[in-house]
Design a protein around this ligand. Structure first.
Ligand code: NAP
Length: 279
């Protein structure tokens, strides 16, 4: 299960940070929450101490407060062993804004570079090529080491590849046992051709898959003496070129998710899971 992004070895189970220090109103405006950060910082530090080294955050999360939490959490760890990814948000995605915004992100993250910067989404009102070139500018200045895209379909990834003078190192889309439409076989083939690591977000469907597991998952969990979360994550990360970034704020959840690595699902069971139709 060896994984990498841009040649950097990463743990197959990454550290998601959505809802750490903030959230989003129903009209899609993000907000920050101050207070209670200690628990989130402790969770990230616990994950890092267990060998997880891929942190996924975003400028938009908590309106920047999540990046502050991550910045606090990584203090005292060897920065060179951490793969730190963030995402540029719509409001700052113009070419001339990106470098300045990355400088702000780095201050919040208390570091001098990002390992990966994604364009968070292909917003219709934002010029995709310009944003990608803005990320390229940040790479030119040594502020960012690799270019990524998120919530992109096949055509949009192709556009990003064409617009970028650097390789597109990662594609981050929603992907889980029951949600596969954002990682079509064609997109998978494109990722393989261009050595783009696929980063699966919402792999647990925000507890939907663990609170009410499908009978098949309960059965497999029993067979392998694992939990439903472990079966679900194992299925994701055992796929070539694919990593997962579940968010977990409890040590119990972090330990459980790490247990997804310690077993192998038999080929015939994998096939059943592969063929499970989306809900
Ligand atoms: P998720 O990882 O599928 O689910 C997170 C939820 O699952 C949390 O409530 C967490 O609880 C719970 N959980 C974690 N491990 C568990 C376990 N073993 N058993 C039961 N429950 C468990 O959903 P997500 O946070 O939306 O997605 C993961 C990450 O992907 C995000 O944090 C973010 O970094 C990224 N993301 C990116 C985009 C994008 O547009 N690019 C969109 C969504 C998400 P606790 O926290 O209480 O432990």
């Amino acid at each position: 299960m060896k994984k990498n992004i841009n040649g950097f070895p990463i743990h197959p189970v990454g550290i998601g940070t959505w809802l750490m220090g903030g959230g989003m109103f129903t009209d899609k405006i993000p907000f920050a929450v101050y207070g209670g950060e200690e628990k989130e910082i402790e969770a990230i530090r616990y994950s890092l101490s267990k060998g997880q080294n891929h942190i996924d955050t975003a400028q938009m999360y908590g309106m920047g407060h999540t990046e502050e939490i991550v910045g606090n959490a990584i203090q005292g760890f060897d920065r060179s062993k951490i793969f730190l990814a963030s995402k540029i948000w719509r409001t700052h995605a113009l070419r001339l804004s990106v470098v300045k915004q990355v400088a702000e992100m780095l201050k919040r993250l208390q570091t001098t570079y990002l390992d990966l910067l994604y364009m968070h989404a292909p917003w219709p009102e934002v010029d995709l090529e310009q944003c990608i070139q803005g990320i390229n500018d940040a790479v030119d200045r040594g502020l960012v080491r690799a270019v990524g895209v998120s919530n992109f379909n096949l055509e949009q990834v192709e556009q990003a590849i064409a617009a970028s003078k650097y390789p597109i190192a990662a594609l981050q889309n929603h992907y889980s046992l029951t949600y596969r439409s954002e990682f079509s076989p064609e997109l998978r083939a494109l990722c393989r051709t261009h050595t783009i690591t696929f980063v699966a977000y919402k792999p647990l469907e925000r507890k939907k898959l663990t609170d009410n597991p499908l009978p098949l998952i309960t059965k497999l969990a029993k067979k392998y003496q694992k939990t439903p979360a472990q079966v679900i994550l194992n299925w994701v990360i055992s796929q070539e070129g694919v990593v997962a970034i579940p968010k977990a704020s409890w040590k119990k959840h972090i330990d459980e998710n790490l247990g997804a690595l310690t077993f192998e699902i038999e080929e015939k069971d994998k096939e059943v899971l592969d063929n499970l139709s989306s809900l």
